[in-house]
Design a protein around this ligand. Structure first.
Ligand SMILES: [Zn+2]
Length: 257
């Protein structure tokens, strides 16, 4: 049994065909999906998909790239939604300095990251973190504002050294398509060095398709390629790796069943 700890079945590219896409994934052994929101509307849609399909869970939150126009009301909406029984995480939240270079934007992103950490702590939920070109600031915030139920750095793209620092704070790490790309050296090193009890598989569908699907829209069925690549990189039997990684997923997100 495998799972996808970060996918966007709520994305317009996947949503219309979600039933088929979920079926194809289940045929590949995918038992759980964490469908992640990026703003109020996509978070609502994530919950509605989670209500349609027993194996789908939802994360609700405001992504650092989607903060234009957010206000106290948006946070109130996220809070209301987060009380739904299928919501297992606040996310995706975090910092993106790749698309946003301006210091003013960074200040705003940090502010909303912290507000949503506070919300996760108020509700007793873990967080799903997006951190791009912002590893140090993400670390500093998590150190200063500990998340009680921890969380994962999805599509982890920092250094191995920083990964081990985040691990000391109790965080988990999700890896997806890039670990199958030939020129992607550091993510592969990170998969090899990741503490066994902190590793998670994900796709970030519809983005980041693994080899041999690169260039096409990604979908949760392809998390199989991620699990196989992880087993190869770590020199582990696929079955024991899958079992352990399923435990990691359950330990972090406390899914039922
Ligand atoms: Zn995502």
């Amino acid at each position: 049994m495998i799972y996808d700890s970060h996918c966007h079945l709520n994305d317009p590219k996947l949503y219309p065909n979600r039933a088929e896409i979920i079926r194809r994934a289940m045929d590949n052994g995918v038992a759980y999906f964490l469908c992640v929101g990026w703003d109020v509307e996509s978070s609502k849609l994530a919950i509605s998909i989670a209500h349609e399909f027993p194996s789908v869970y939802a994360a609700v939150g405001l992504h650092p790239e989607n903060l234009e126009g957010v206000d106290a009301y948006s946070l109130e909406e996220i809070k209301k939604m987060a009380k739904d029984h299928k919501v297992v995480s606040i996310g995706e939240i975090g910092l993106d300095y790749h698309w946003f270079k301006d210091e003013k934007d960074h200040i705003k992103q940090k502010e909303w990251f912290i507000k949503q950490i506070d919300l996760a702590n108020e509700l007793g939920l873990p967080v799903s973190i997006h951190a791009r070109d912002a590893t140090q600031d993400t670390y500093d915030i998590l150190k200063e504002h500990p998340v009680l139920k921890k969380g994962n750095l999805h599509c982890y793209s920092g250094s191995k050294e920083m990964m081990l620092e985040f691990a000391k704070l109790g965080y988990y790490f999700g890896f997806d398509g890039p670990i199958t790309y030939k020129n992607s050296i550091v993510p592969k090193e990170c998969v090899k060095a990741c503490p066994a009890d902190r590793l998670l598989m994900e796709t970030d569908s519809p983005y980041l398709s693994p080899i041999p699907y690169r260039g096409q829209d990604n979908e949760p069925a392809h998390v199989k390629e991620i699990a196989e690549q992880m087993a190869l990189l770590r020199g582990e039997e696929i079955e024991s790796l899958e079992n352990r990684l399923l435990n990691n997923f359950k330990n972090l997100f406390h899914v039922e069943q």
